[in-house]
Design a protein around this ligand. Structure first.
Ligand SMILES: [Fe+2]
Length: 193
């Protein structure tokens, strides 16, 4: 980590400089895909790589901006596209910006108050995720990586547990070869957890 200004490039979705490379495979997504049978069958075939994150290390304090690259690989579990775990920020009143570099996908979002939104990600598009909105990237391409640059406040933190317990209100499934946004039949209100 350096405390003077720096630049880096992005080559085929990978930053030319980074500090952490995080990989997430099918096994960390237990209970997150709607079709449990399809999930079990996929896992029996192998613990496939779903997504990767390249992070540049910065102090996790207010005033800093954490940033890096997220790559969601293409694939399906049943009819459901490969996606990230998704999270609220532990410090709920913190936002995030995503800039899509390659591929095609959707960001599924919701607030604790019950609002939801799904926005398309495609190259050159910027997505602003306001404070309070949980977010999950979904790769809706059948053959291309979904690559995004992200930046969020240093003190945001991650709350994965809420989404692990209740899921997102909306799912993105492939129907007739195209992405469709559907209600998640397994979504549970916080009071029911
Ligand atoms: Fe985030």
């Amino acid at each position: 980590m350096q405390d003077y200004p720096y630049t880096f490039g992005i080559s085929e979705g990978i930053p030319t400089h980074y500090d952490n490379h995080i990989t997430r495979t099918l096994s960390v997504m237990a209970g997150q895909f709607a079709d449990q049978g399809a999930y079990d069958a996929a896992l029996a075939e192998g613990d496939e790589l779903l997504y990767e994150v390249y992070e540049l290390k910065r102090p996790e304090v207010a005033g800093e901006l954490l940033h890096g690259i997220s790559i969601v690989h293409p694939g399906l579990v049943g009819d459901e596209y490969f996606m990230t775990k998704g999270h609220f920020h532990a410090e709920l009143e913190t936002a995030e910006v995503y800039y899509c570099l390659a591929g095609e996908g959707m960001m599924v979002m919701e607030t604790p108050e019950g609002d939801w939104a799904v926005e398309e990600l495609r190259p050159g598009r910027v997505l602003y995720v306001p404070p309070r909105w949980a977010h999950r990237s979904v790769n809706t391409s059948r053959n291309q990586d979904l690559v995004t640059f992200f930046v969020y406040p240093g003190d945001a933190g991650h709350d994965y547990g809420t989404i692990e317990a209740q899921g997102f209100r909306k799912l993105v499934l492939q129907k007739d070869g195209r992405p469709q946004i559907l209600d998640n039949p397994h979504w549970r209100a916080p009071a029911e957890r």
